[in-house]
Design a protein around this ligand. Structure first.
Ligand code: FES
Length: 348
């Protein structure tokens, strides 16, 4: 039996999918670095998670959340979180009372203790997901494994062996993951042929990680699909025009860039994001988020703040300053202005 608080898990898992193995953001990194080998062995008996879980239930039953939980659980969910923790607590106290009243361990063998003596298989499956792979990368093919499994393991594990596919497209129901795998496998690193094949890589990798916390196993990636098979962003303007003597280049008619919108401008191999605020001011920055491989021109512009579509990092478009993590590096900004109904950019 899995003991997890539903509200916490729902939101931490959403974060796990959007920020997979991004240190400081992903609240579900199973193996934290530096790696402790005794700690890894204890995981098979759900230690120390078992005791952390009860501390967490008690904290929530008392109406408190940690600072970390507040970063991924919306404030509006707190009432539900606290109520359910009180219900869980009542159930556990009831089971303990029943065990004492009947002088029998049997109630605890059904609720509570299975999480210690029955946790090992979940760990065997779970470690195949990300253990020993790269941290802080955005390509799920580099931080996640897909492992072929026999029908029994597939049934018990709900097809989660197709874990790269599950991470990339979490809305695909588990029973359709094999079909999805067939569609995308040409663009994936080779899947592991069973649990043993996966552990032939995981065990030596973790032995090295225990000695060198920076080590990770690098997966070979197949070549990228041809350009014709990839999705093109809609608002893209491409220009090879030479800048004038002062470095200004024409982007487009002002009418193409509505207030409150942002577009992508490709100029001589460089990508810029051009912004027009609701009060008509023009700003420009690099289009690529400093955190990862995401186009800010596909993000959300609010006032003078652009929010990255990938992990919701925020930047001030006037200065490039980071307004919200995970980005840590400021964005490079450029001058943009309007002249005679045309948008101009000073390229750098
Ligand atoms: Fe992560 Fe932009 S790519 S916040």
């Amino acid at each position: 039996m899995v003991m997890r608080e539903a509200v916490v898990w729902r939101w931490s898992h959403a974060r796990h999918h959007s920020d997979t193995i991004i240190v400081g953001r992903d609240a579900e990194i199973a193996l934290q670095r530096p790696l402790s080998v005794p700690g890894l062995i204890l995981k098979f008996f759900n230690m120390p998670t078992f005791f952390k879980y009860f501390r967490s239930v008690l904290r929530h039953a008392a109406g408190k959340m940690t600072a970390e939980e507040r970063t991924f659980i919306p404030e509006t969910e707190s009432g539900k979180l606290f109520l359910r923790a009180r219900i869980y607590l009542a159930i556990y106290l009831g089971v303990i009372a029943l065990a004492i009243a009947t002088r029998s361990i049997i109630p605890l063998l059904f609720i509570g203790l299975p999480n210690i003596y029955g946790a090992w298989l979940m760990v065997v499956y779970g470690l195949t997901q990300h253990a020993g792979l790269a941290e802080n990368v955005l390509d799920h093919r580099l931080n996640t494994r897909t492992v072929y499994m026999n029908p029994i393991n597939r049934y018990l594990y709900w097809n989660m062996g197709y874990h790269i596919e599950h991470h990339m497209f979490p809305m695909v129901p588990y029973y359709n993951l094999p079909k999805l795998h067939e569609l995308v496998k040409a663009y994936m690193p080779p899947a592991y042929n069973g649990l043993i094949a996966a552990y032939r890589e995981i065990i030596p990798t973790l032995r090295r990680v225990a000695k060198d916390p920076n080590y990770y196993f690098e997966r070979p990636l197949p070549p990228s699909p041809p350009q014709s098979e990839t999705r093109q962003a809609s608002q893209v303007i491409v220009s090879e025009a030479a800048p004038d003597a002062d470095g200004w280049v024409e982007v487009c008619n002002l009418s193409l860039l509505l207030p409150g919108e942002v577009l992508r401008f490709e100029h001589r191999g460089k990508s810029y994001a051009i912004y027009r605020t609701w009060i008509g001011q023009l700003f420009a920055s690099d289009d690529r988020c400093t955190h990862g491989n995401a186009h800010l021109s596909e993000g959300f512009l609010r006032g003078a703040c652009i929010e990255c579509p990938k992990h919701n990092g925020r930047f001030d478009i006037r200065t490039g300053a980071v307004l919200r993590s995970p980005p840590r590096v400021a964005l490079k900004t450029y001058e943009a202005r309007e002249r005679d109904g045309r948008v101009l950019l000073k390229v750098g």
